[in-house]
Design a protein around this ligand. Sequence first.
Ligand SMILES: *Cc1c(COP(=O)(O)O)cnc(C)c1O
Length: 433
Amino acid sequence: MYKITLSSDEIPKKWYNINADLPVPLPEYKDSEEGGNLANLPKIFSKGVLEQEMSQERWIDIPKEVRDVYKMIGRPSPLFRAKNLEDQLDTPAKIYYKREDYSPTGSHKLNTAIAQAYYAKKDGAERLTTETGAGQWGTALSLACSMLEMECKVYMVKVSFNQKPFRKTIMQLYGGNVIPSPSPDTAYGRKILAEDPDHPGSLGIAISEAVEEALQDDKVYYTLGSVLNHVLLHQTVIGLETKKQLEIADESPDVMIGCVGGGSNFGGAVFPFIKDQIDEKIDCKFIAAEPSSCPTLTQGEYCYDFADSGEMTPRMKMHTLGHSFVPPSVHAGGLRYHGMSPQVALLVKEGLIEGRTVTQDEVFQSGITFAKAEGVVPAPETCHAIKVAIDEAKACKKTGEEKTIVVSFSGHGMLDLQGYDDYLNGKLPKDSK
Ligand SMILES: *Cc1c(COP(=O)(O)O)cnc(C)c1O
């Protein structure tokens, strides 16, 4: 079977919460030494998602309204077998990829954007704010808000605003109000602009602006596209669907791979299988692929740190390169994050998940190999997972093992062609191994 689909009434009815099955309890979020960010959480997040953030319930109902929107955007997404890639690699391994690029915004991020918009609206919010760098998250939230009839305000890092005009266009097309950050709309933005009117902006500043707006208006909530437990919870629709699809194909995964920025597509894809691993129902290796220029899991320290550079969030225990770490500007913008989902981090610490780094050269090489064999152009982020899958499949060629490899295909790269163009024309800056 090369394409395994599920009908729309097979969308999972519950999300899976890994908190119920972690081998050791997740360390709690902490305030900073100076005090009180935890108290801000109920002002900036809806009750629904905050309850989920701390919940220990293994299964959490997906509201019917959310499932209906999942249907409208085409869930369940198909699972494909990369048969031609297998043939070209001449490997006995089987490679499957779960296609989150099927989402109208081109990545998995809509899965949580819809849920977050739903709970915020239920709580009486009229507008959602967020930050965006590369643009995928702002795009997903703009569409989710449009579908649920809410306003959306996206603080977009000013350099990206100027360098990625089409990302801005698609957010505006969905009705998102996109503001270059630092902006005159917030006290923090005005302060930065007073010091330097030409400030290029940063994700840290954009987060601070989006949070400030939510703190000051109780009709406004702030949303985050990755890292937090409730985000990974919403993304488990990916893994739950994959599980059914592998059963239909009569397969059990031997290797599961995803790229990690904050860990949401990877966590969403593998958590339902980690439970099977703990219960010894499967014997699977879980690999989180990250850029060598932002090696959070492989070189970061496992300790308490802020989720943002502006120090406005509580501190969480995770692998971190330090919240003031500024990664080089790689094309896989969605993976430039200093920290990691605390749940993914804990599972790495406990030895259930392995981190692996990929260089920028390897990213585009693998993306092109994949596109030439399968036709789909992967997002540069997704290429990290593909590179590791190709390595694993090549290892199977040596050993003769017929392993089943499953890749979380987080998104397509049709808005990332500049990176491919730079690679094809030898203009990619070299990064260190
Ligand atoms: C945002 C994004 C990522 C990284 O985010 P995670 O939370 O780690 O999943 C990966 N791939 C694509 C296509 C993205 O848009």
